[in-house]
Structures are given as C-alpha cells and as structure tokens.
Design a protein. Structure first.
Length: 232
C-alpha cells in the first residue's frame, strides 16, 4: 500500500466535519479528517524509514487531499539540512491553500538559521499568493517578534505594509499587531494612534490584544479608547 492509500485508510468522518467548519474555504471532499498528531507521527515514520521515498512523495505534484498536503509539510519538518528544507518549502508553497496549512507548518531547522531565513521571508512576504504571504508573516511572528537580535520595528512596519483587502491577510496582520502590542507595546502603539491600518484590521488587532492575559488592565483600557467606529 502506497503512502496516499495509507492516508485514505486513516480517514475519520467525524473529525472531517469538525475540520470542514474550521476551514470553510476548501472543498469538503478534499478532507479526510485525520488529526495532526497522527499525521506528524506518520510523517516521522515515513522519513525515518526511507528518506528517499519520503522526498519522492513530497515532490509529487497536485495533492488531492488536505491531509496529503499536510503530511508533505510534516515530512519537511523532519529535514535537518537547512538548504534542502528551504528548497522543499519553495516547492510546496504553491500548494498551501488555507490558513491551517500556513499556520501549522513549522520546520524546527529554521530557528537555527534566522538570519538566513529572513532573506527568504522578504521574498515570500511580497508574494501575490495569499498563503505564501501569510506564511512569511507567521514566521516573523513566531521567530522574530520577541527576539532582540533583530530589528522588530522594521518587521512590524513590513507586516502592516503588506496588508491588503483579503480576509486571511487582514486576520494575520491583526494577529501579528495584537502580539506586537502585547510584547512590543511602545513600538506597535503608534500604528494604532496614527490609524495606519483600515478600520476592520485596526479594531480586530485591538480586540485580540485585549483578549491576551499577558497585557495589563491599564493598557487594555487605553486600547479600548482607540477603537474606531465604522461610520467615521
């Protein structure tokens, strides 16, 4: 039984319904309903047993199922060679077509090469492809926002300047700014005070920041005063 057939045999109809509600932008027929921990374990086994077969599976084009794409990404997470990992990421980015893929994918090797990774991020964040851009923003949030070795102020502006009218980009920008408000308050606050973003993203960032337990009540109360009315 090949890898794809093994995937199909692992399908879970009950979990499929749950996933379909979480990711309404994809065809329900493309969902098998396999939970991520199960997929990650399977990916690790595939890579450990035969790296060549694993890479061959990743390289096959046009995945049919959500979990097929996710499995490929989880296989890439096992790669220990940075350059090979980047090569395989670039190969897979066109197939990342929803927020669950872009946000879950997290190769451990990347955090060991953060300076080099920025060169790739600066390319990806300018992509017209929605989820390539979102993936770049996720990486800036995950690896750099709380890292004093990098120019966080530059990254905040970079993310906010790449906002557009697509919902899943606006949500990502709001999420990033909310975390910037939590962890880099003085750097992020001027963007709210100056109404740098559209009203929806502006208000969503405030909402998500206020929901954080890591922010003081005093700051939360002040952020509430910066909310913008949609009728303005």
């Amino acid at each position: 039984m090949n890898i794809k057939d093994q995937l199909i045999s692992m399908k879970d109809e009950k979990h499929k319904e749950f996933i379909a509600k979480l990711i309404p932008t994809i065809d329900k027929k493309s969902i098998l309903g396999i939970k991520n921990p199960v997929l990650r374990k399977f990916a690790k086994e595939i890579y450990k047993n035969n790296e060549h077969d694993a890479m061959d599976f990743v390289s096959k084009p046009n995945p049919e199922f959500l979990e097929e794409t996710m499995l490929k990404l989880f296989i890439i997470e096992n790669i220990k060679d940075y350059n090979l990992c980047i090569k395989m990421i670039n190969q897979m980015l066109p197939y990342i077509d929803n927020w669950a893929l872009s946000d879950t994918f997290n190769p451990p090797i990347l955090k060991k090469y953060l300076t080099e990774l920025l060169e790739e991020i600066y390319i990806w964040i300018d992509s017209a492809h929605l989820y390539t851009r979102r993936f770049a923003m996720v990486l800036l949030l995950r690896h750099y926002l709380k890292n004093d070795n990098f120019d966080v102020s530059k990254h905040i502006k970079l993310v906010l300047d790449r906002n557009d009218d697509r919902y899943y980009i606006q949500m990502m920008v709001a999420w990033y700014l909310s975390m910037a408000l939590v962890h880099r308050y003085e750097l992020a606050l001027p963007y709210l005070k100056n109404n740098y973003l559209d009203k929806w993203t502006h208000n969503k960032a405030i909402q998500k920041a206020i929901e954080s337990r890591q922010m003081s009540d005093e700051r939360k109360n002040y952020l509430r005063t910066l909310k913008r009315a949609f009728r303005e």
